[in-house]
Design a protein around this ligand. Structure first.
Ligand SMILES: Nc1nc2c(ncn2[C@@H]2O[C@H](COP(=O)(O)OP(=O)(O)O)[C@@H](O)[C@H]2O)c(=O)[nH]1
Ligand SMILES: [Mg+2]
Length: 155
């Protein structure tokens, strides 16, 4: 039977680096534009930050997992402000990874990001630290994505 769960859903606050990360994982040219709606790609679902910041969108935020085999919660290490509710990730009944982005920035606080991801329900063993600009940590993240997505993509 064909699987509907072929995609990786990216969630996280506005400006956390979801779209840029997706472009890096897709090896696209990096260009900035704010994600205004849920966008489906071959391998990814990109979502606007409002999804997790505004309770109004929480149902749509759950719906995306109908089409995703993995959810990635993105947190920028230069953002001191948390906006993710505790244990948010447990509302998704699919595997989840946490990704700390922008590790190339000098004011980066990785420990704070890790704590916020754990607070959101991410398993500390499933947190990856990356820079979409330099490519640092991207290989390790790709391997983890492949691990979780292989069963869905081979169907
Ligand atoms: N220094 C740095 N900036 C980044 C990185 N990833 C994203 N950005 C910048 O952060 C801003 C928001 O990124 P974007 O991907 O649009 O965030 P989104 O709202 O979560 O989709 C943009 O100006 C990006 O160029 C990164 O790894 N390093
Ligand atoms: Mg975006």
């Amino acid at each position: 039977m064909a699987s509907n769960k072929k995609r990786v859903a990216l969630i996280g606050k506005i400006g956390s680096g979801k779209t840029t990360l997706m472009q890096r994982l897709n090896e696209e040219e990096l260009k900035y534009s704010k994600t205004q709606m849920v966008q489906y790609f071959d391998d990814f679902i990109d979502t606007p930050g409002e999804f997790i910041e505004l309770p109004f969108f929480s149902r749509q935020a759950i719906n995306i997992t109908m089409d995703a085999g993995l959810v990635i919660l993105v947190n920028s290490c230069v953002d001191p402000q948390n906006s993710v509710p505790p244990n948010l990730i447990h509302t998704y009944n699919i595997p989840a990874l946490g990704v700390v982005t922008k590790t190339d920035r000098s004011e980066c606080n990785i420990k704070r990001s890790r704590n916020l991801l754990i607070y959101a329900g991410i398993n500390p063993k499933h947190i990856y630290e990356v820079s979409s600009y330099t490519g640092a940590g991207i290989k390790e993240l790709e391997a983890a994505i492949q691990h979780f997505m292989a069963p869905h993509r081979n169907k």
